[in-house]
Design a protein around this ligand. Structure first.
Ligand code: 3PG
Length: 212
């Protein structure tokens, strides 16, 4: 677990924002991730919310130089196995189950598990996790809620995700228990559908200037 925590922390330290992405088409995935890397956001979470998600992840891993690609919305052990087989560098889940934790223990790829309460975080601390996604961040209590967890859940570092924007991201990044944030705002569906890669690079460039 120590090595996986270290790997996950290294990935999360690469940029202040992890784009949360959803694609139907590998070509669009490749172009979007190239635009994000060009803007200074090399880490990407591609969610398993479309039938083409695994193909999109594979294409980005193979074709986008400098990208660190993880899978998101990993809900089951089978989904985790699929992501492992195509070479994802990390995985993100909105919560955990016993099955998912058992599957995670069998692979050397780090999982960033989602939590929304102190009890959930404490359960994962027992399993050895030091890094967690706080999800859904804005809806679950926002930066004030996460700030209140810092003195009690010492040693746990979060990536808040859900409802974040360029405006509220600094409130989270200022917290001592936040290393980076996640969000879809850097690759809005309108820009992706229009093939406006320059717009995505500009949004990524602004996001990459945020500091944790
Ligand atoms: C996630 O998938 O982690 C979140 O749904 C992303 O949330 P956002 O679209 O509000 O950034």
């Amino acid at each position: 677990m120590k090595n996986k925590n270290e790997k996950m922390r290294e990935i999360m330290a690469l940029a202040p924002v992890i784009p949360v992405l959803k694609f139907d088409d590998p070509r669009i995935a490749v172009n979007t991730c190239r635009a994000l890397v060009a803007g200074g956001l090399p880490v990407a979470e591609i969610t398993l919310r479309t039938p083409a998600a695994l193909d999109c992840i594979s294409a980005v891993i193979k074709e986008v130089e400098g990208a660190i690609v993880g899978s998101g919305t990993v809900l089951t052990a089978n989904m985790m196995r699929d992501c492992y087989e195509i070479g994802c560098q990390f995985m993100v889940s909105p919560g955990v189950t016993d099955d998912l934790l058992a599957a995670s223990q069998k692979i050397d790829v780090p999982l960033l598990p989602g939590v929304a309460t102190p009890s959930e975080a404490m359960g994962l601390m027992v399993e050895g996790f030091e890094l967690m996604k706080f999800f859904p961040a804005e809806q679950a209590g926002g930066s004030a809620y996460l700030k209140a967890l810092a003195p009690v859940l010492q040693g746990i570092t979060f990536c808040p995700t859900g409802g974040l924007t360029i405006k509220n991201a600094p409130d989270y990044l200022d917290l001592p228990n936040v290393i980076c944030v996640g969000g879809s705002w850097v690759a809005p569906a309108t820009a992706v559908e229009a093939g406006d890669w320059d717009a995505i690079t500009s949004l990524a460039a602004a996001a990459s200037q945020l500091t944790a």
